[in-house]
Design a protein around this ligand. Structure first.
Ligand SMILES: [Zn+2]
Length: 195
């Protein structure tokens, strides 16, 4: 499966979004697309320069039959209006590194066109689709239940989304030996009810 991956698009460079980028790349030799910090971290994890692609908001990228448009994403604050690990990653970043050294600079969402269909990928629970466009499939981060109303009214309903695939609602600190458990700030049952 991994060998079929041609490209990895990273929404932002916090550890829970690209900790294993070097490992996945090693098995697939896929291209890596992301911000300054993402590229720096991927490079430190062993991804060679020829695979690294720095992206910008509004850029359109072709990968096989996919067209990926880079949109500005949002990132929720972690607590009291404060966001952990913000800014450009340090010049001397190296593996292994602490979770907080995976600093986040730009945040993206991705609008993907494939064979006439539209897929929207948004890691954050905030709405980030500002274009008026109909969406077939939305891969949507649902970590923060407090934002579900806004997400539904400003992004999911206006885009007439046919299918929402929940993502980023699992607790990454729980053991891999156990069943996936949701993070305490998410509530998939509530999301289902609202939608
Ligand atoms: Zn993050």
């Amino acid at each position: 499966m991994r060998k079929k991956i041609q490209a990895i698009f990273v929404t932002h460079s916090h550890y829970d979004h690209l900790l294993d980028i070097g490992e996945v790349h090693k098995e697939s030799y896929s291209k890596v697309f992301g911000s300054y910090s993402t590229i720096k971290i991927a490079s430190a994890s062993g991804v060679k320069k020829k695979f690294l692609n720095r992206i910008k908001i509004n850029q359109k990228i072709k990968v096989g039959e996919f067209e990926i448009e880079v949109l500005k994403g949002n990132h929720p604050t972690h607590f009291m209006n404060f966001t952990l690990a913000e800014g450009k990653v340090d010049d001397d970043f190296s593996y292994p590194s602490s979770a907080l050294s995976y600093k986040m600079d730009e945040v993206y969402s991705f609008l993907i066109k494939y064979k006439g269909k539209t897929i929207f990928l948004n890691a954050s629970t905030y709405p980030s689709l500002t274009k008026k466009i109909n969406v077939d499939i939305m891969i949507q981060g649902l970590a923060h239940a407090k934002n579900y109303n806004e997400l539904i009214t400003k992004q999911i309903i206006p885009s007439k989304t046919k299918l929402v695939i929940p993502s980023h609602h699992d607790n990454l600190f729980s053991s891999l030996d156990k069943e996936m458990e949701p993070v305490v700030t998410s509530d998939i049952g509530l999301f289902r009810k609202k939608i």
